[in-house]
Design a protein around this ligand. Structure first.
Ligand code: NAD
Length: 454
């Protein structure tokens, strides 16, 4: 029986935070070389259990000790109820002053970690390797918290979902913005109907290029945060979208994207995301019937700008301000570190033996986001084709705006009427990428469409 499956028999009280007792038995570092669900085999005899709930310490490993992996290592080193047993990184531990506690080995291969026996592993290696590493963990009945994006393609993401689901293993995705207190507050207030009808979600995620492996572009690496959080705070999927990308830094993948789209509930969205800005910005604004919420996920601040109820008699000011400006409120709430909360939720889900209803971002959620990111890239590629030639030197994939193309607010572009003959553009390739029929209510539990229709 796997650790997760064993734990699934535990009562729900197992989800309660674990306060390690002073006399809690410590697990001897395992030296066994067996494969398969290692935790039970590797645990010291006094810790072996059959779903004994809160007191059980889980054995966790980490794959990838780069920029993000070091953050995970810091959290795993001090996570209640978890023993951090080892790290895999073929580059070793080149980072001095790192957060590894004494005695946590840095291993070369995932197989070495499996041999130590783990209940779950955090996967923070380059995105293109998530599939290979995730499938290896699943094959050995090990649960996984995979960094975002879940995988580099929808096909790879689908294979991961199936591998973990068919074995009944818990798989989560590191969309850490969901644990940002500002967005958690925002979602709660939207769910309570504080904004009324939702008109628009705008996100901006701008900053300089990160010094790390760039095996995917800014759409898969960064915009996936925006895609996931937008769906999550609104409870809506993506219905259609249109996008433009540019690649200015000479790297293989795009480094700037603009997305306009519509959600299944009719809310309009826009995302501006890049690695080309000398300023760092993490901005989410939701505008609705009663005003606008603005979340800054760098500072975890949430502000509400209410529509004004007081009419002004000062005509000039009314014209300048547009809709009436009301009160602005910046809320006070507890601010816990999002990555720590993500780890706590995942640990508890592994203990419970299920990701459903546990508050983790499931692999299925991660797959949907990867699918939307693929649609963003598809739309950007097709926009480039409309120009009928190779991108100009300098790599601007979409090229300058064509004055004959008129875009609707949701990005549906149509060729302007041409009385003299057929339109010079193929209007079909300008259509937004359609992900869901907006007339069908969004069901987050519904099976995922294998194909997008363009
Ligand atoms: N949630 C977030 O906010 C967030 C932030 C940054 C990165 N990430 C994600 O984390 C992942 C890693 O990004 P990063 O910024 O840490 O990259 P990075 O380049 O800093 O680190 C990657 C590490 O993986 C190691 N590695 C390479 N091949 C490996 C293998 N086969 N097995 C184990 N380790 C291997 C490398 O040696 C390197 O140390 C990416 O998927 C990225 O999208 C998430």
């Amino acid at each position: 029986m796997t650790a997760a499956r064993a734990a699934s028999a535990a009562p729900t009280a197992a989800a309660a935070p674990v306060a390690p007792a002073a006399n809690e038995p410590r697990t001897a570092r395992a030296s066994h070389t067996g494969s398969g669900p290692g935790a039970a085999a590797a645990a010291a005899p006094e810790e072996q259990h059959t779903g004994c709930g809160p007191r059980r310490r889980l054995r966790a490993g980490l794959v990838g000790l780069g920029v993000m992996g070091r953050n995970h290592a810091r959290i795993l080193s001090a996570l209640d109820g978890v023993e951090f047993v080892g790290v895999v990184d073929p580059a070793g531990a080149p980072h001095t002053g790192g957060p590894l506690p004494p005695g946590v080995p840095v291993l070369r291969e995932v197989a070495d970690l499996l041999a130590l026996g783990v209940d779950y592993a955090v996967v923070a290696c380059p995105t293109a390797l998530h599939e290979e590493v995730g499938l290896q963990l699943a094959a050995h009945d090990v649960c996984a918290l995979l960094e975002k994006p879940l995988a580099h393609t929808p096909e790879a993401a689908r294979r991961l979902v199936h591998a973990f689901e068919e074995r009944g293993l818990v798989a989560g995705v590191g969309h850490v913005e969901r644990f940002n207190p500002a967005l958690q507050q925002l979602r709660t207030r939207l769910e309570a109907g504080e904004l009324g009808d939702l008109f628009q979600v705008v996100t901006r995620r701008q900053g300089p290029f990160p010094h790390r492996i760039a095996d995917v572009g800014v759409v898969k690496d960064l915009a996936t945060h925006d895609i996931d959080l937008t769906s999550w705070i609104t409870g809506q999927g993506y219905a259609s979208l249109s996008a433009r990308t540019v690649s200015k830094s000479g790297r293989e993948h795009e480094d700037m994207v603009a997305v306009v789209g519509s959600l299944t509930g009719g809310t309009m969205v826009s995302h501006l995301v890049n690695w080309l800005s000398p300023l760092k910005e993490r901005f989410t604004a939701v505008t609705g019937e009663r005003g606008c919420f603005v979340a800054d996920t760098l500072t975890a601040d949430l502000t509400f700008h209410a529509n004004g109820a007081v009419a002004t008699e000062w005509e000039a000011l009314r014209a300048f301000r547009g809709v009436a400006e009301g009160d602005a409120v910046r809320y006070a709430f507890p601010k816990r570190e999002p990555l720590l909360v993500e780890h706590e939720r995942f640990r508890d889900a592994v203990r419970e033996g299920t990701g459903e209803g546990s508050g983790i971002v499931t692999a299925r959620d991660g797959l949907r986001t990867v699918e939307v990111s693929a649609a963003v890239l598809q739309s950007a590629r097709e926009a480039g084709r409309v120009r009928g030639g190779a991108p100009p030197a300098g790599g601007d994939a979409a090229g300058p705006l064509d004055p004959l193309v008129v875009a609707s607010p949701v990005g549906t572009a149509t060729a302007a009427p041409d009385p003299g003959g057929p339109a010079p553009h193929d209007a079909a390739v300008h259509d937004p990428v359609v992900l869901h029929d907006p007339t069908i209510p969004h069901d987050p539990t519904a099976p995922i469409n294998a194909e997008h229709t363009a």
